[in-house]
Design a protein around this ligand. Structure first.
Ligand SMILES: *Cc1c(COP(=O)(O)O)cnc(C)c1O
Length: 633
């Protein structure tokens, strides 16, 4: 039995094999590596960061791996093709990527271009998104679905898209959109291709349960869907209705919910065909979940199924439902966004400082000759705390600390004595934390202790910009140091960002069995220490906000070319301060003018010299064109 900490221990501790889907692993040297094609191409993220820093690139930054996007597309299509072969399904699969999940250029372009071999389509939920989707290099048969509420111009643009040879489908989200679509297609002179979103009774599970169900925001109910079929029959346009669409919400954690939803959708498809519709596509929407904590459960950060089980379930339920009535099998469409994009992006955060109650303080000031007796009382508690009496010791320590505050407020205790008592108190708690670590049962009042005593590792980033879903809805992401993974981490930590908002923190972490309140990290040793936040490629990039005026971060696009080798294909600079400031309605030249006025006034009063005036102006101007994150730390 040795007490050595190995990379296998680190893999367990951070759950890397469970959530990484094979895209990340820990190398023998204790460095986290990104991997493609069964190890043929992999590189240590730390080396990438070092290279980027050598090239003058500032952190925090996002590393993007378009090859992972490509691999996700391949795996998704392979899974559906396998299901189709296995069940002898009599049609094919065609995925659609809903770009709202991440509209970044490299993401959309990679999916459109690489996805052309699978006829992968795109889904737009607004006019601006449609403008992006229309001009991508997709396969001519790829679907271009227009979801969301629409005005005339949205519909017009979609219809013109058909005239330009794109397979654009207008999904009706509410009944009144039908007449608009019909009127505008006469105007544009094109036969529309119509989809209809059906409000399923089935619901998803987890955070986005309300996207489905009878009270969902989008979709038509049974009466309205029948109304669409009848109206189109009347007009002799029934063949323009080609797609039935539904969507029960994102991150559906339970495969049974998927099965119920697909069953209901397939049954609706069959019924509509019997009413005389001639649908060709059955679109079951998004919801394919990402297992962020790797626990394979129905917890909101997980999923109790994998990609193949998802594909099998969707294909089988449609097949089984259609076969009962000998209805020809539709083209299977899914709109998986999260599962395609989450893995491709890693946010790298530098840890710039550590603060916390149990860290060795700078030398304590010497105690007075005869310190207050509370100091001695605390010292005694520290010495006598044991497994037998830790609860009494804890209660006494808390009591002493309260007394200390009262005495201090009344002037009976000096600041120096207070410093000693606080320090002793923290040491008592730390000792109790060590004692309870080995206990099978920890009384409830001690559950918070690890969190209270944890270090706060200060990271150069903003939660609001880089992990908005963690702040907004408590989404969890795996976080792992990029190096020293063959060395035992000795500090319990939570992370705080550099925004001036107490919500700017990460204090919930993924765990196989639970959610962790602290993250084990290494003691800082003077060398740069970086954390990777993984699975951040879906939604985080685009829900970001500039709270405190921290802007978009730098990003590097990388292609792996072999073992230890990679190519930096693109570097996209993050927002300059000027950009985020101007978003708030200011103009940079105007700001400079205002500063110049202040400078002139100070000079007039003789409080600022000529050279100093130039220095201030230069610093200010450089700040406007600088990165919004900390640069000299
Ligand atoms: C958001 C959305 C999706 C994407 O869902 P994921 O769970 O990210 O795959 C798909 N379809 C529609 C209609 C959506 O609104």
């Amino acid at each position: 039995m040795t007490d050595r900490f190995t990379t296998a221990d680190a893999a367990e501790l951070y759950g890397v094999p469970y959530w990484s889907n094979g895209y990340f692993h820990i190398g023998k040297d204790g460095r986290l590596r990104v991997t493609l094609r069964d190890e043929e191409a992999n590189v240590a993220l730390l080396e990438v960061i070092d290279d980027l820093k050598q090239g003058g690139r500032a952190l925090p930054l996002i590393l993007r791996f378009p090859q992972i996007l490509e691999n996700r597309l391949t795996r998704l299509n392979d899974a559906f093709n396998e299901a189709i072969g296995k069940f002898e399904y009599q049609s094919h699969y065609q995925g659609v990527y809903p770009i709202k999940v991440n509209q970044r250029r490299v993401v959309v372009e990679t999916i459109a271009e690489y996805g052309a071999r699978y006829k992968t389509g795109l889904e737009a939920g607004s006019k601006a998104e449609l403008a992006l989707c229309l001009v991508q290099d997709t396969h001519p048969e790829a679907l271009l679905c227009c979801n969301g509420f629409k005005d005339d111009d949205f519909i017009r643009l979609a219809l013109w898209g058909r005239r330009l040879g794109k397979n654009v489908v207008l999904t009706l989200e509410k009944y009144s959109e039908l007449e608009r679509v019909l009127r505008l297609s006469r105007e544009v002179g094109v036969r529309p291709a119509i989809g209809v979103r059906f409000k399923l009774h089935a619901r998803g599970s987890g955070q986005w349960e309300d996207s489905g169900g009878d009270d969902a925001k989008f979709g038509l109910n049974a009466t309205e869907v029948i109304g669409v079929v009848r109206r189109l029959q009347e007009l002799g346009l029934i063949d323009t209705l080609i797609m039935l669409h539904c969507h029960v919400g994102s991150q559906v954690t339970d495969i049974r919910k998927i099965r119920n939803a697909v069953r209901e959708a397939a049954q609706t498809y069959v019924e509509l065909q019997e009413l005389g519709a001639r649908l060709r596509y059955l679109n079951v929407g998004g919801g394919l979940a990402v297992d962020y904590d790797g626990s394979k459960t129905t917890f909101h950060a997980s999923a109790n199924y994998g990609l193949q089980e998802y594909a099998d379930t969707v294909v089988y339920e449609i097949l089984d439902t259609c076969n009962e009535t000998a209805t020809p099998h539709p083209v299977v469409v899914t709109e998986s966004g999260r599962a395609l994009t989450a893995h491709h992006a890693v946010i790298v955060l530098p840890v710039i400082d550590a603060i916390g109650p149990t860290r060795e303080p700078m030398a304590l000031p010497p105690l007075p000759e005869e310190p207050h007796s509370l100091v001695g009382d605390m010292q005694e508690l520290l010495e006598t705390a044991s497994i037998k009496n830790y609860r009494e010791v804890y209660h006494d320590a808390v009591g002493n600390k309260e007394t200390m505050h009262s005495l201090f407020d009344l002037g009976y205790l000096s600041l120096v004595e207070r410093a000693h008592i606080e320090h002793l108190y923290n040491r008592v708690l730390a000792k109790i934390r060590r004692i309870i670590k080995d206990l099978d049962y920890v009384p409830e009042e001690f559950e918070n202790l690890p969190r209270l005593l944890a270090d706060k590792y200060v990271c150069n980033f903003s939660v609001f910009q880089s992990l908005p879903d963690h702040w907004a809805i408590g989404a969890l992401f795996p976080i792992v140091p990029l190096d020293r993974l063959n060395e035992r981490p000795t500090r319990d930590t939570t992370l705080v960002d550099i925004s001036c908002d107490s919500d700017g923190k990460v204090s919930k972490f993924v765990d196989l069995r639970d959610v962790k309140d602290t993250l084990s990290l290494h003691e800082l040793n003077g060398e740069p220490y970086y954390l990777g936040v993984f699975l951040t490629g879906a939604y985080q990039d685009v829900l970001a906000n500039t709270h405190n005026l921290f802007g978009r971060v730098n990003e590097a696009h990388l292609r792996l070319t072999g073992v230890g080798s990679y190519e930096l294909t693109r570097f996209v600079s993050g927002q300059k301060a000027r950009r985020v400031i101007e978003n708030m309605g200011y103009e940079a030249p105007e700001l400079r003018e205002w500063l110049k006025q202040d400078i002139r006034e100070a000079q007039a009063q003789g409080s600022l010299g000529e050279e100093e005036a130039e220095s201030v102006l230069e610093l200010y101007s450089n700040e406007l064109i600088g990165y919004t994150y900390l640069e000299q730390v």
